[in-house]
Design a protein around this ligand. Structure first.
Ligand code: ASP
Length: 422
């Protein structure tokens, strides 16, 4: 067994990813479709166990690490500076994601010549009005918010509670230390659960690759290419540039450091399920102190979704091209703006943003019928696109946390640079 644990975790996860994809395709090609599906469903149980285990720790993790993170700042004013910097970077990176998304949608023309005739229209539920969503950030009962896993409300309460503990000074110390020790315990749980990742990832990818069929992707090949190309450009140019130029740190070390989190994001399609791993990699591999990682990352996993914003822009152009809607320059600006807003409101769970697409399409008055057709067309393939946009979402949180940590002097640079044994 020693040899297995001797291999780096991300390499084991990558192995699971590659073997899982190969296995899924092989099974679907060589067996009767119903049998293949049944086998892959059985295997998927391992993946479901893995996802449930990491989801299990998300709510306590956010609560404990956020309170501990604020407490570790030692001064409520620091929360203000870190918060403003993180928010600004979240907005700036999302702006670039929009530009890249619209650029990719224009270059790849994913909607030109697609045949939407076969698509099964899907009608969606109404999105919650913005006012209600905003009010919902303040939990009427924080314990109910914890129970329901209402992340923004949990974050709001945890932030204030952390500040309260700091203001209580001496009296707050025992509780502060309790939260620090509890968050340490939860993080250790993450390490144990992550040992299951190679198997969980194998199972999840085998199921996706085997049941969604590789050849069917050709139908949305251009859309897939546009999303993947945009995602890579955004990560390399914007996040690489952020870390290199604004944080003055080697970008390669950053990308080496976050790879564990990227793998988990790719296989689970959920930024919130990936959060424990993101916190683990950012603190452990990138040397970011808990005060920053514990506060910036939970917030980022909930509101910062550049991959989602980029994706929504591309799909909006896809729709316009497929149905022949003419877009004026102001439409582009409005698409960018609504895509950014929707990405902030998107939950970090699989396929969340596809169901909010209608909000973006309303910008250029797409009919309800056309919206339903587009969503029905993309839905069967959305997993592949979702996996990539989730990687971007998670990498963006890590890049912002790293940069803010560097600005605040809350990073162990030696740890950050010590990654060459790739
Ligand atoms: N699955 C994405 C995430 O968790 C959200 C989305 O659907 O765009 O980050």
């Amino acid at each position: 067994m020693g040899w297995w644990f001797g291999i780096k975790l991300w390499q084991r996860v990558l192995l699971g990813l590659v073997l899982g994809a190969g296995f899924g395709v092989a099974v679907s090609q060589s067996m009767d479709p119903a049998e293949a599906e049944a086998l892959l469903l059985k295997i998927k149980v391992v993946g479901d166990v893995f996802i449930r285990l990491i989801r299990m720790i998300v709510v306590p993790l956010v609560f404990f690490t956020l309170v501990a993170g604020i407490y570790a700042m030692g001064d409520p004013k620091k929360l203000g500076t870190i918060g403003v910097k993180a928010f600004t970077l979240y907005l700036v990176t999302t702006f670039f994601a929009n530009l890249i998304g619209l650029g990719m949608g224009t270059v790849f023309q994913p909607g030109a010549n697609v045949d939407l005739g076969q698509a099964e229209p899907r009608v969606l539920g109404e999105a919650q009005p913005l006012g209600e969503r905003l009010m919902g950030i303040i939990p009427a009962n924080p314990f109910a918010a914890l129970v329901e896993g209402d992340m923004l409300a949990v974050i709001f309460f945890s932030l204030l509670f952390g500040v309260g503990l700091l203001m209580a000074r001496e009296e707050g110390r025992p509780a502060g230390r309790f939260f620090e020790s509890a968050s340490e315990g939860i993080l250790k749980m993450t390490y144990v659960i992550m040992e299951l990742a190679p198997f969980g990832v194998f199972a999840l990818i085998a199921h996706t690759a085997g049941t969604k069929g590789v050849e069917t992707f050709t139908a949305i090949l251009n859309l897939t290419l546009a999303v993947y190309a945009g995602a890579f450009i955004h990560m390399i140019v914007v996040y690489g540039g952020l870390v290199r130029i604004l944080a003055n740190l080697p970008a390669l070390s950053f990308f080496r450091g976050v790879i564990d989190a990227q793998m988990v994001a790719y296989s689970t399609s959920s930024s919130s399920a990936t959060l424990p791993v993101t916190i683990k990699t950012v603190t452990e591999n990138l040397g970011v102190k808990k005060s920053v990682a514990g506060s910036v990352l939970p917030l980022g996993a909930t509101i910062n979704m550049d991959g989602t914003s980029l994706y929504l822009g591309i799909v909006a152009l896809f729709t316009a091209q497929a149905f022949g809607y003419t877009l004026e320059p102001h439409h582009y600006a409005l698409i960018a703006l609504t895509a950014a807003l929707v990405s902030i409101g998107t939950a970090g769970v699989p396929s969340a943003s596809l169901f909010l697409l209608s909000i973006v399409l309303e910008v250029f008055d797409v009919s309800a019928e056309h919206t339903a057709i587009v969503i029905g067309f993309i839905f069967p393939f959305d997993r592949l696109l979702d996996m990539m946009r989730t990687v971007v979402n998670v990498t963006g949180d890590a890049a912002v946390a790293t940069t803010v940590a560097k600005w605040e002097g809350e990073i162990d640079e030696e740890e950050f640079r010590k990654r060459p044994e790739f």
